[in-house]
Write a protein that binds this ligand. Sequence first.
Ligand SMILES: [Fe+2]
Length: 305
Amino acid sequence: MTLHRLSSFIYQVPDVAEVISYYTEFGLTDNGDGSLATVDGGTQLHIEQGPYRRISSIELGADDPDDLARIASSLTALGIDSVLDQNRLVTTEPIMGLRVEVVVQDRVAQTTVPRAPVNGTGRVERVNTRAEGILRDARVRPRRLGHVALVSGESDSSLKFFVDGLGFKISDYAGDKSSAFMRCSPDHHNVAIFGGPASFPHHSSWQVDDVDDIGRGAEDLLTANADRKGWGFGRHYAGSNFFWYLKDPAGTFSEYYADMDQITDDDLWTPEVCEGKSGLYTWGPVPENFMPPGDIADLIAAQNN
Ligand SMILES: [Fe+2]
């Protein structure tokens, strides 16, 4: 695969300090310069001041300068400009105005975290001791950025940009194929695009070790402030991942996830059109004000100012 990861993104918000404080509580490390880091992925989130919440830029990792030349050629075929400078290609997604930088960089090497023994029906893995997951007391710290989910005012064009222009693969569609989960790595999705009345960020998603860390992270955030309630605990159909979403102070959801589908052979994965319930989840019903989020009217008004 040409690309190998979603490396980072720039997130514009009206109040930078409160959002940095939130994501520090979420478990990221505050670098002190407006950026935050994960344990395995390094600096992956940059916070900037802006009039309303918006993901203005994403950075993607590629293996080789030749990959950038191929992407530039594909974008040209779509009539989209790009600037290629040795190890960096910069372009702009035309609908959302999303700046995309593709950079030649190393892949993230993650250390294997052993799976905790789990007892099941007729399957005893842990005896005479409590579950390791209930004994953890260290703060949950996300391992790496997994994906961003963006709502586009013209999602068909946005999907074309990512698939035909950048080389993303479709893992699953949602609804009438105007929404899709796309990958640029073995993760089931690194970017999800949903159709909507305007363009705005829906959520970012961060990998943690397992369901206990999803639960522990969400518990800490909700205990401190119940208004952060988003959606969880649940399990998605598209991607199979367990999840819990918490709302950040600017109104974008932040997701803890674990157990995401990994696709290493395109020929062995068949994209489905996930309609109705399976488009969003397999269990754990969707609450109100999640899709669309509760601030959608205010957001559209702010964008039109
Ligand atoms: Fe997600």
